[in-house]
Write a protein that binds this ligand. Structure first.
Ligand code: FAD
Ligand code: NAI
Length: 475
């Protein structure tokens, strides 16, 4: 029986990073994963690399270029005629990027001497060490581990009674691989996936309608950002979003799919479409893990129970990433992976859950870190707020990205930055400055005093900081 210091179950961003960090720290490490790519071969990288972050961002970039060349080049004095969409080539590019990235992890495992165990992992028995079963193409084997890290991730939540075939009715997997642009696309759920993938197919020519149960748009974002995003996505870009809907019958026929839904005024509506994407959140992968064999605690929503350091109640068993509480974000899982590997190696691991950035890769992008204005109000925190638009920034105008703004919230007494919220071009990159500032406990004045390159989009961050003290210089 093979014995390891650490066995990780799951090779998504949480698990593969945990495995690499553990190996870097001199621990003999194996990582079990059961993901198979469409060709039937085992592939590393989990949801993120195979059907999540990476392929969606590839398609977002391609579709944004398609939209720009058609509609936004004119302003630069460039007219393009005969612009054609080669969807097959676009999908191939996405698949090549995925393959390169997943293959890259296999290379990293080799380099760091992480043993890749292909198949389904399950806890069998505890004691002074843990026994795990790995069931793969060649049958089942048992391995032994001093420490176990569970990083089994999550899967899409489906609607009861609506089977997903990933052809007509899809979750993220099918929605990343339509072989033709659907004429009419229905999307249930105006969350992150609905907005990102809805944007992709709208840009490529589909008539998209997004049906959202909640009456409020983007409830997790700062209200000012959500308001601006609503204006841009619906009024300017023509994304059709209905809020406060209750989904009724979903019927499939040869012609397509018919979705019946009620709106908040109780009127009944129907949307007929050629494809449907269901993006109503994700659920943790915690079943068939052998939890019952060892007494691993799983809460009523399926999340493995852990403390702030991702320890389960079982000795030397940790759980990280989407399968535990907290935002379902790749970088949150990665940081937990590093923390846990370092704790196992006797170091002090740490994740600052207050400084985890969120990014929605629409155009314009949305990004934030820290508290929203609504949260501060609810918590009774006295704060000051500053906001600066991209429309006053020379680089943003040069890039033809005048939409949006950055808003900074700082403690009224200490001036410490409590939250930064951005909607605009490059927001995904700009937010990094705010994350660093918050990690270092910076004040808005600190950002206001730092020299920012001119002309650059980052000047908007500085102006937002200056405007907390009502002294922005360019607006
Ligand atoms: P996963 O990536 O889900 O990996 C878990 C792995 O464990 C999988 O390979 C699974 O097959 C394997 N596994 C499960 N059970 C077992 C078992 N018993 N034995 C063996 N193997 C097992 N996040 C971002 O931060 N940025 C983004 O831009 C972003 N975009 C996204 C876009 C889409 C369309 C989707 C769906 C998600 C996106 N996410 C994004 C979320 C991100 O993908 C997840 O937060 C992240 O993948 C979670 O990582 P993880 O390692 O916890 O789990
Ligand atoms: P989500 O939680 O972001 O959004 C789901 C939406 O569906 C919510 O607005 C919810 O109110 C709505 N909803 C739920 N049930 C419904 C119903 N019956 N009818 C209509 N609407 C309903 O989940 P989503 O978009 O599926 O994404 C899952 C997760 O994946 C995200 O929460 C995020 O953690 C991660 N992700 C991250 C991305 C990023 O970081 N850029 C991109 C894509 C996904």
């Amino acid at each position: 029986m093979q014995t390891f210091d650490v066995v990780v179950i799951g090779a998504g961003p949480a698990g593969y990073i945990a495995a690499i960090r553990a190996a870097q720290l001199g621990l003999s490490t194996a990582c079990i994963d059961n993901w198979k790519e469409p060709g039937g071969h085992y592939a590393l990288g989990g949801t993120c690399l195979n059907v999540g972050c990476i392929p969606s961002k590839a398609l977002l970039e391609s579709s944004e270029n398609y939209e720009r060349v058609q509609h936004r080049f004119k302003v630069h004095g460039i007219t393009a005629s005969g612009v054609k969409l080669d969807l097959a080539a676009m999908l191939e590019r996405k698949d090549r990027i995925v393959k390169k990235m997943t293959g890259g992890i296999a290379g990293l495992f080799k380099k760091n001497k992480v043993t890749w165990l292909q198949g389904h992992g399950r806890l069998l028995q505890g004691g002074t060490s843990w026994k795990l079963e790995v069931k793969g193409a060649k049958g089942a084997e048992t391995v032994e581990a001093k420490n176990v890290i569970i990083a089994t991730g999550s899967k899409p939540r489906h609607l009861p009674g609506v089977p997903v075939d990933n052809k007509l009715v899809c979750d993220n997997e099918g929605a990343l691989a339509f072989q033709e642009v659907p004429e009419r696309l229905g999307v249930i759920g105006a969350g992150v996936i609905g907005l990102e993938l809805g944007s992709v197919w709208r840009r490529l020519g589909a008539k998209v309608r997004i049906l959202e149960a909640l009456p409020e748009f983007l409830g997790a974002a700062d209200p000012a950002i959500a308001q601006e995003a609503w204006k841009i996505f619906t009024d300017e870009q023509g994304l059709d979003i209905a809020l406060g809907v209750k989904i009724g019958d979903i019927r499939q026929s040869k012609k397509g799919i018919s979705i019946q839904y009620n709106t908040s005024d109780n009127s009944s509506n129907t949307f007929d479409c050629n494809r449907l994407v269901i993006s109503i959140g994700r659920v943790p992968n915690s079943e068939s893990l052998g939890a019952e064999n060892v007494g691993l605690k799983i809460d009523s929503r399926g999340f493995i129970e852990v403390d702030k350091n991702c320890r389960t109640a079982l000795p030397r068993v940790f759980a990280i990433g989407d399968v535990v509480r907290g935002p379902m974000l790749a970088h949150k899982g990665e940081d937990e992976g590093v923390m846990v590997a370092e704790i196992i190696a006797g170091q002090r691991g740490h994740v600052n859950y207050d400084a985890i950035p969120w990014v929605i890769y629409t155009a314009p992008e949305i990004a934030w870190v820290g508290k929203t204005e609504r949260q501060l109000k609810e918590e009774g925190v006295a704060y000051r707020s500053g906001k600066f638009p991209f429309a006053y920034n020379g680089r943003a105008l040069g890039r033809d990205e005048p939409e949006g703004f950055i808003k900074m919230l700082a403690d009224a007494k200490t001036d410490r930055i409590l939250g930064v919220h951005a909607i605009g071009g490059q927001a995904s990159e700009l937010i990094a400055e705010a994350v660093v500032a918050m990690e270092f406990g910076a004040s808005s004045e600190d950002i206001a005093r730092i020299c920012h390159a001119h002309p650059s989009m980052s000047e908007v961050m500085r102006e937002a900081a200056l405007s907390v003290d009502k002294r922005s210089l360019n607006g």
